[in-house]
Write a protein that binds this ligand. Structure first.
Ligand code: MN
Length: 205
């Protein structure tokens, strides 16, 4: 299990075929203001790849974009709505088709309102991940080892979570509903970017 660190793009051919786990770290929660600093990717085989972008980056990253936009590869996220918007805004690609472990969790773990990644990994996989570096400065010239570890751990368990959540979605008969939600997610992200971040356009009000 190795964490690979790259600047400005993913090297070509480092990922096995199949679904990839994707996460992003940014300067904050307001996508157009808070620049994309790191994209993390895992092919589920045990290694994680971190791609860091410098201030003023042109976000060219042709290899990374090709992987993210590849229609043959499912992108597994936890709260993909945010990552898809950041990737769309800064890299200019729609990183789909989508699977989101947070949405899947909400559709099957109706006995709790705790759908954070740490809680999911703990309950479904019996593992512990630290969220200590979540609100750290991802824009500095050097990422600390703790930051790299944290960033990598955010994609490390997503394939395993998907496998567990898929079993439960099937068991509860909610796979089709989940798929419809996943398919809508890039549009939900587009609404966020277009100026409807918090308004629920489906609500009566
Ligand atoms: Mn993260």
């Amino acid at each position: 299990m190795t964490v690979h660190f790259h600047e400005e793009d993913l090297p070509e051919g480092v990922l096995a075929p199949g679904p990839i786990a994707v996460d992003t770290e940014t300067m904050g929660l307001i996508t157009p203001r808070d620049r994309l600093c790191v994209v993390q990717i895992s092919d589920g085989k045990g290694d994680e790849h971190l791609v860091r972008f410098n201030p003023g980056s042109d976000y060219a990253a042709p290899n990374l974009k090709a992987v993210l936009a590849d229609p043959e590869r499912i992108k597994i996220y936890h709260f993909g709505r945010f990552d898809i918007a950041a990737i769309q805004h800064y890299l200019g690609v729609v990183a789909a088709p989508v699977y989101c472990t947070k949405i899947a969790s909400k559709l099957v773990r109706t006995y709790t309102d705790r759908h954070g990644l740490k809680e999911l990994v703990r309950e479904l996989l019996g593992q512990d991940i630290s969220k200590q570096q979540q609100s750290s400065d991802w824009g500095g010239p050097v990422l600390s080892e703790a930051q790299k570890d944290y960033a990598a751990s955010d994609v490390r368990f997503l394939h395993q979570l998907k496998a567990e959540l898929d079993k439960r979605l099937t068991r509860e008969g909610r796979m089709e509903l989940a798929q419809a939600c996943f398919d809508f997610l890039p549009h939900r992200a587009a609404l966020d970017l277009a100026g409807w971040p918090e308004n629920d356009i489906f609500s009566h009000m």
